[in-house]
Design a protein around this ligand. Structure first.
Ligand code: NA7
Length: 548
């Protein structure tokens, strides 16, 4: 602490989700003097805030769990294949306790400013609780989906009932028994929560702008034998994750011995175009709608994609009892794999319940919120509770909202006014010693994000060690490297359905009015990306300017 009450540190870590917790651990293990700042009252980040009913991982939890500690892997027993939010939050609390991380964290505190001082090569970080810190390294572990998006309907404040956002669900829970509930938004959060809300509510109306392609999660209680085997196999699983392009090993239990005579479970063919129309239908019959997510050609081939979309819509007609609901829930006008995959538990069957209805906002847009409900251009709806499941100002929202100023007092939000510019998703020009985990331009949300988080935390930690060992005062990208990386990221996404002309998604920024449009994550794959990151280090931090 300095005489002025300013705490002098090596590093400030903002956020204590999965990235922040591991970052604290690494820097603490290195003996650095650190402070982490957390807006919530507990750790967990996205898994702290998103506590709406039905919230769960969209990857098998064996894959979506920390790999950095063998002890943690062995001692934690998961109870479900796709663990739910309460269990993941408990796991992250356990992680914080096990590695004694809480002593570094100031809870219920929001960072307001992070300002670079060119004379001292330090960052001054201020909070809404009146704290001031100075540090050499400022690390934003603020996550990709942190800043909730509200739709900004006309007269939004006039509603007299209760209003909730899935990303800010009350910790004490909400009792919706016997209530008339409306939900706006049918993305991942809406899809996960609708079946749960439908169990409680007297009446549930889903206001939907874009129907999604969603695939059953096939969650189940964790089989103790499977878990025990996974614990034996963890190092193999992690190795396979590292050698994959999504950070996913697709672990399904012990590998079958090569000479096993056991019949293999049939799997959908890899290319939909290789099948006849009858064979495609048969696969959907055999494997359910999930068959349509397994083909490789719909990712890049518009013809294959359209075939998969048609079959998806056909299948919905069988799944849903009411043809009008099937029509409203049918994704149209954009390709499969354009948005982030949505994984559900009994989503469509919820719409077969009599108490659940759907309003297609593509046909009848919202005109305004009223004191008792919502008015669309053709009807007025009355309800007691309004739930927004309207997503996030993803990837850049949190960072652009803060007063982050680099060299020459430049505001980060100004530098990114036409879209984020980063080198490898790790740093941006003019902001020395300022790092982001899973920032724009890295695989982040188009991969197993925890796998990508661990890779970034380790890269940043190793980089800081290199700077300290070599008495290097600052690191920041060169403008040439950053420009080239932005082009490289754009090029990687070309031809994918995620950047198709008819695609709108939060990857592109198109869910937020006025947000610059551009594909933010790096799609080339986690293995490719890690090799690129390692090469940069091997070449003495190529593309970064280092000053001594
Ligand atoms: P998403 O995936 O962005 O979904 C938000 C939903 O809200 C989506 O259906 C949107 O429709 C809808 N939305 C947004 N704004 C409006 C307005 N103004 N009017 C009507 N409907 C609107 O967020 P989630 O929280 O569901 O999921 C985010 C990620 O969290 C997810 O990908 C997983 O990784 C976990 P749209 O599609 O924009 O037409």
């Amino acid at each position: 602490m300095s005489d002025s009450g300013v705490k002098v540190l090596d590093a400030v870590v903002v956020g204590t989700g999965m990235a922040g917790l591991y970052m604290i651990k690494r820097l603490n293990d290195r003996g650095l003097n650190i402070q982490a700042i957390e807006a919530g009252s507990g750790v967990g980040g996205a898994w702290y805030w998103n506590r709406y009913p039905g919230c769960r991982a969209d990857l098998p939890i064996i894959e979506y769990s920390y790999s950095f500690s063998k002890e943690l892997e062995q001692e934690w027993d998961w109870s479900e294949v796709m663990a739910g939010q309460p269990e993941i939050e408990r796991y992250l609390n356990h992680t914080a306790d096990r590695f004694d991380l809480r002593k570094h964290i100031k809870f219920d505190t929001k960072v307001t400013d992070a300002i670079y001082n060119e004379d001292s090569n330090t960052w001054t970080v201020k909070t809404d609780q009146g704290d001031t810190y100075t540090c050499k390294y400022c690390i934003m572990a603020t996550g990709c989906l942190n800043e909730p998006n509200y739709p900004g309907f006309k007269n939004a404040d006039s509603f007299k009932g209760d209003i909730y956002h899935t990303a800010q669900w009350p910790r004490e829970g909400v009792d919706l028994t016997g209530k008339r509930v409306a939900i706006v938004g049918c993305g991942s959060s809406g899809v996960q929560t609708i079946p749960e809300l439908a169990k409680q509510a007297k009446e549930l109306i889903a206001f939907q702008r874009s129907p999604v392609f969603t695939f059953p999660a096939r969650n189940a209680p964790m089989n103790p034998k499977f878990l025990a085997q996974a614990k034996v196999d963890y190092s193999d699983i992690r190795e396979r994750q590292r050698n994959s392009e999504m950070g996913v090993a697709n672990y399904s239990g012990p590998r079958r011995p090569k000479d096993s005579n056991k019949p293999k479970k049939p799997r959908p063919s890899k290319k939909i175009l290789d099948l006849t129309p009858e064979q495609r239908k048969q696969e959907v019959k055999d494997f359910g709608i999930n068959a349509l997510s397994a083909y490789v050609d719909p990712y890049f081939n518009p013809e294959a994609n359209e075939i998969a979309c048609d079959l998806y819509r056909e299948t919905l007609k069988d799944i849903l009892d009411d043809p009008q609901k099937a029509e409203a829930l049918s994704p149209k006008n954009y390709p499969l794999h354009c948005k982030r995959p949505v994984i559900d538990t009994e989503y469509y069957s919820a719409f077969n319940q009599d108490n659940v209805s759907i309003v297609d906002l593509r046909v009848n847009p919202v005109e305004e919120v009223t004191p008792t409900g919502l008015r669309t251009n053709d009807a007025e709806y009355e309800f007691d509770v309004l739930v927004y499941a309207t997503g996030f100002d993803a990837m850049t929202g949190t960072l652009k909202k803060l007063n982050i100023r680099g060299r020459d007092n430049q505001l980060l939000a100004d530098r990114w006014k036409d879209g984020p510019r980063m080198y490898m998703g790790l740093q941006t020009v003019g902001f020395p010693n300022f790092f982001t985990t899973t920032g724009p331009g890295s695989p982040s949300v188009v991969s197993n994000v925890l796998h990508s988080i661990e890779q970034h935390v380790e890269w940043i930690d190793t980089c800081i060690d290199y700077l300290l060992e070599n008495n290097i005062k600052t690191i920041e990208p060169t403008i040439e490297a950053e420009d080239a990386w932005v082009i490289h990221v754009d090029k990687a996404a070309k031809g994918s359905m995620m950047t198709a002309p008819t695609c709108n998604s939060w990857y592109l920024g198109s869910n937020i009015a006025g947000k610059p449009q551009g594909f933010m994550p790096y799609i080339a794959g986690t293995k490719t990306y890690r090799e690129e990151c390692d090469e940069v280090v091997a070449k003495g931090y190529e593309g970064f300017a280092l000053t001594s």
